[in-house]
Write a protein that binds this ligand. Structure first.
Ligand code: PMP
Length: 330
């Protein structure tokens, strides 16, 4: 019989799929690494596994302990999944820009969720960083993985995501494009691909306009899970050959095209990464193989990116996309 012993054994080994309509007119082979097929629905299952197992080994996480983390949702799902399977409680602290859908997913896995305002400085006592620090201090047996500073975040990508890309492309990958949030993905995958290829693979970060990685000041943007207003230590600045800034409008337009034309219902940071990949691909040849990582699925964004009225309210759509019967029959 072929089965997994636990849902956590299903993390990783995600597939590559060739982009069709979106890659039209571009020379290189463009492959998307589809991370929403992880059991928790995102790339973050990988870091959750590695961070928890390492904390058990080091003794930082004791039996029956509580995991406290500031997270925009995906890391929380990964941690909640692994935690429940291994007997830990979870408390997550989210900024208020994270959709209610995403928070309910965390609660569904049995976690507690605390919501904090987005529009305050990181050092403000109300900020999600400050609140999570306080909970970690005050809950007995609490452990904070701190994905922004945990070496096991990039290490999980160095050990799994990078080798999968190298093996599945039979060493022919020439460019890797990924969004940058904590920086774990780009730092871990990038370091592996640089090492294994002798420096030949080009590593490209995609970043929302306004975020620090592409020279911004941290001013707000709407795409979730990527960009920062500070420099996390999980990000290794020596890895990326190039950072491409992408606007919310471009990110969301490509996100919607991925669903409509490629059958990939994915999140806004995926549209952002693909938008950057398409820009880079314009300079490449038919000998190049570009891999772009798609961190999560689109179900958590139905009332935002996939809502015509939400898109129109920010000026991202010309008009509300509600079709009349007359238009459908025309
Ligand atoms: N996209 C989404 C939806 C995410 O949640 C994250 C993680 N913050 C990223 C992209 C960026 O990945 P990383 O933290 O590894 O830079």
């Amino acid at each position: 019989m072929r089965y997994a012993n636990s849902v956590v054994d299903l993390v990783g080994n995600t597939p590559l799929v060739k982009l069709g309509p979106l890659a039209k007119g571009l020379a290189p082979l463009i492959l998307a690494k589809v991370e929403y097929v992880n059991p928790g629905g995102s790339v973050k299952d990988r870091i959750a596994m590695k961070m928890i197992l390492a904390a058990e080994e080091s003794g930082e996480l004791q039996p029956g302990g509580t995991i406290v983390e500031p997270t925009s949702g995906n890391t929380g799902v990964g941690l909640a999944l692994v935690a429940q399977q291994r007997g830990y409680s979870c408390v997550f602290v989210c900024p208020d820009k994270v959709s209610e859908d995403k928070r309910n997913v965390l609660r569904a896995y049995g976690a507690q969720v605390v919501v904090c305002p987005t529009a305050v400085a990181p050092e403000d006592p109300q900020s999600y960083y400050s609140v999570s620090d306080r909970l970690t201090r005050e809950i007995p047996g609490a452990w904070k993985p701190d994905q922004y500073a945990n070496v096991n975040n990039p290490a999980s990508h160095y050990e799994t995501t990078g080798p999968e890309i190298w093996a599945d492309t039979e060493g022919r990958v020439t460019h890797f494009v990924t969004g940058v949030g904590t920086g774990g993905t780009i730092s871990g995958v990038g370091r592996y691909l640089k090492e294994v290829s002798g420096g030949a693979v080009q590593i490209i970060g995609a970043d929302p306009v306004g975020s620090v990685y592409s020279g911004g000041t941290g001013r707000p943007y709407l795409v979730e899970g990527v960009g920062e207003d500070f420099w996390p230590s999980a990000y290794d600045p020596s890895i990326a050959d190039r950072i491409v800034a992408v606007s919310d409008a471009e990110s969301f337009a490509i996100t919607r095209r991925l669903a409509r034309e490629e059958g990939l219902l994915v999140g806004g940071s995926c549209g952002m990464a693909v938008a950057a990949a398409l820009k880079v691909a314009q300079e490449l040849t038919a000998d190049d193989v570009l891999v772009v990582l798609l961190p999560d699925g689109g179900r958590g964004y139905l009332s935002k990116i996939f809502s015509d009225s939400w898109m129109s309210s920010y000026g991202f759509l010309e008009r509300d996309g509600e079709a009349t019967v007359g238009e459908v029959l025309r």
